[in-house]
Design a binder for this molecule. Structure first.
Ligand code: AMP
Length: 193
């Protein structure tokens, strides 16, 4: 049983690490970003409401994403734990998550720490790799910069709540995928595989 939250700025490799952690511990990888992008692709009511917000790199309203996450963690596959990737992202969302969890508690909150200069370099690399090809709508340089600003301004204060609760563990996210995963797994201990 593992209930984990993963924090990290855009460009930190958070999605990749989230997938590996979820696989290693046999728990679902719940990415609110993926869920929202799927809603946009499916042109659902939710997708229509959030499309422009995602393109700008802004956050969708707390209550809206709160409903999405509450439904998702109530699904049977999340009963035995989960890895949250991209939620919570604001101080109010931390409270929304706690309400949705009820009596249940998070086991660990992990933050991939990557300095702005490294994130900037990765952002440029990613944008260039996408040039001429299919670039995800929120992968444009300006959008990623805006997402980084939003992360520092709104998401880090959310992580601070967990820091004060003694739940937050910070991991150096500047290494390669295997190095970072090694650090995270060492921290969480007891991987299934
Ligand atoms: P991500 O893939 O986690 O970086 O999320 C991509 C985009 O989805 C973000 O830039 C936001 O526009 C939106 N999003 C994802 N999760 C949340 C959240 N917890 N609260 C608000 N907006 C979110």
């Amino acid at each position: 049983m593992m209930r984990i939250v993963l924090f990290g700025p855009p460009g930190a490799g958070k999605g990749t690490q989230a997938q590996r952690i979820a696989a290693a511990y046999g728990i679902p990888h719940i990415s609110t970003g993926d869920m929202l992008r799927q809603a946009v692709a499916a042109k659902s009511e939710l997708g229509r409401q959030v499309e422009e917000i995602l393109e700008r790199g802004h956050l969708v309203p707390d209550e809206m994403i709160g409903r999405v996450i509450a439904e998702r963690i109530a699904e049977p596959d999340a009963a035995a734990g989960f890895l949250l990737d991209g939620f919570p992202r604001t101080v109010p969302q931390v409270a929304i998550l706690q309400r949705a969890l009820g009596e249940k508690r998070l086991d660990r909150v992990v933050m991939l720490v990557v300095p702005d200069a490294v994130v900037e370099a990765r952002i440029l690399g990613r944008a260039q790799a996408g040039e001429g090809g299919a670039v995800r709508a929120d992968d444009r340089i300006e959008t990623i910069r805006e997402r980084l600003r939003v992360y520092r301004e709104q998401t880090e204060p959310g992580a601070q709540v967990y820091r004060e609760q003694g739940l937050l563990a910070e991991v150096d996210g500047t290494g390669n995928i295997d190095q970072v995963f090694g650090l995270v797994a060492g921290l969480l201990g007891g991987a299934r595989a």
